[in-house]
Design a protein around this ligand. Structure first.
Ligand SMILES: [Zn+2]
Length: 80
């Protein structure tokens, strides 16, 4: 997706909101904790409408790595 090719339809019709000044505006963020959130870079294929989102702020990624649970870690009561 980030290389301009849509991962769903294969067309080179992907546009990026990465450099949009208002990219952290309403709803376009991931909450990290009570005080922090990370802005999302949206990649949209105008061929099929598929959307992918990424966090590009290295500090936000580092904070998530320190504060969030590793998704591969299983909990005792997971019903899997
Ligand atoms: Zn597409």
């Amino acid at each position: 997706m980030r290389n301009g090719i849509c991962t769903k339809c294969g067309r080179a019709t992907v546009y990026s909101g990465r450099d949009m000044p208002a990219k952290a505006s309403t709803g376009n963020t991931v909450p990290i904790d009570f005080q922090h959130s990370a802005a999302l870079d949206n990649y949209v294929c105008i061929g099929c409408g598929y959307v992918e989102r990424y966090i590009s702020d290295p500090q936000a990624l580092e904070r998530i790595g320190k504060q969030w649970r590793d998704a591969t870690r299983k909990r005792k009561n997971d019903a899997r």
